[in-house]
Design a protein around this ligand. Structure first.
Ligand code: MG
Length: 385
């Protein structure tokens, strides 16, 4: 009787034994940090959601202790993991990984592809259960040509071409047999499978499922994870208060009323940052019912917000704000405001811009009773730790 597909044990081999010299990093690219996690942790996070009973990570001798440290966190989370030493070629590394990962269906994945989604991994598993293989691939977008041995360039029919990705998922026994006879020159698992006589079944891959290879690919992660934030604030202008905007005191006969120094510009920027990071707003974090914040310089609160945003793993890309005030005229103060905000935010002045406008005499801002600010920011994931 045929055993149910649902009883098949799932294993994964994550290949991390390369040097990754083309990225220009002084360390293995799988150890590169995107946001608050390494490339390898992002891969493991996705794979741990896919129902694998065992995950074997293949590492080079140089990285095995650091990779073992990372993988041990997942052991604590109850996932059965192993770290095994790679070989001189990808084929040799995969063979070692397969030995460390006995199962019924095995997904082989490049450790440097952190953007593969859970859905993609599951599609390859489903295909392997049904047809014996499931290999992620996308249609070739670029025209591909080949140069023959005599130096002539030949065109290849683009509509027949696919770019292979991983995961590449197979019945375990088949891919083990395939690799036992495969030459060390195979560049992907499907090639070993095909040489053995297997029929590769292609599964729709994802164009975002890039293999981090060049320095430009490291930037891909940053832009793909950028987050936008919006903030707004308004404060009433009253006699007998200082006017503080962006941490700078602006000479004027009135100032903004509030529990803190009422720096409406800094408040709007803080809310933009917190919103982008998915954190609660300043009304929640620094309630005006708490005397701790009575008269406090908002620049201090901004420093606190910046450290909270960084703790979430984000960097600040840029900040942009518009101050809406009938009076005073702000143009002459904007360079000082930008410099003060850049210092508090820990970014370049070029990445902080503030513009000023009026409300054309309309409403409480237009009649000079209040100043309002709209702010926006972009957060990027940190790549510096
Ligand atoms: Mg406020």
């Amino acid at each position: 009787m045929k055993s149910s597909n649902n009883n098949k044990t799932l294993g994964a081999v994550i290949v991390c034994a390369g040097k990754g010299e083309r990225t220009g990093l002084p360390y293995n690219k799988v150890l590169h940090v995107l946001g608050n996690k390494t490339v390898l942790e992002r891969v493991l996070d996705t794979f741990c959601e896919c129902g694998f009973s065992r995950i074997a990570v293949v590492a080079s001798a140089d990285d095995i202790s650091r990779i073992t440290e990372i993988v041990s966190e997942y052991v604590r989370n109850g996932v059965d993991t192993a770290v095994t030493l790679g070989g001189n070629t990808r084929a040799e590394s995969v063979r070692n990984g397969l030995k460390a990962c006995p199962c019924d269906i095995v997904a082989i994945h490049d450790g440097a592809r952190p953007y593969a989604t859970k859905e993609l991994v599951l599609r390859t598993i489903e295909s392997a259960k049904r047809y014996g293989s499931g290999v992620a691939a996308v249609r070739s977008v670029d025209t591909v040509k080949r140069r023959t041995a005599d130096g002539k360039v030949q065109s290849l029919p683009r509509n027949e071409l696919f770019n292979m990705q991983t995961p590449q998922t197979f019945a375990y026994a088949d891919i083990v047999s395939a690799y036992s006879g495969a030459p060390d020159t195979v560049t992907d698992d499907a090639e070993a499978f095909e040489l053995w006589g297997g029929d590769t079944v292609l599964v729709d891959g994802e164009y975002t499922n890039i293999k981090i290879t060049t320095p430009a690919d490291l930037g891909f992660g940053v832009s793909a994870s950028a987050r936008i934030g919006a903030g707004y604030d308004v404060h009433r202008l009253v006699e007998g208060r200082k006017l503080i905007l962006g941490g700078v005191e602006i000479p004027y006969e009135r100032g903004l009323l509030g529990h803190s120094d009422a720096d409406v510009l800094t408040h709007a920027i803080m809310d933009a940052l917190l919103s982008a990071a998915g954190l609660p707003d300043i009304g929640v974090l620094f309630p005006d019912t708490d005397d701790k914040y009575l008269g406090i310089a908002s620049a201090k609160l901004l420093a606190d917000v910046v450290s909270r945003v960084k703790d979430c793993g984000y960097g600040i890309g840029n900040v942009s704000a518009v101050v809406i005030a009938e009076r005073p005229k702000l143009a002459a103060h904007i360079p000082a405001i930008r410099a003060a905000l850049a210092a508090s935010l820990g970014i370049e002045v070029a990445d902080v811009n503030v513009s000023a406008t009026t409300a054309e005499g309309l409403g409480i801002v237009g009649n000079g009773e209040a100043i309002a600010v709209n702010a926006a920011c972009v957060l990027t994931e940190r790549t510096d730790r």
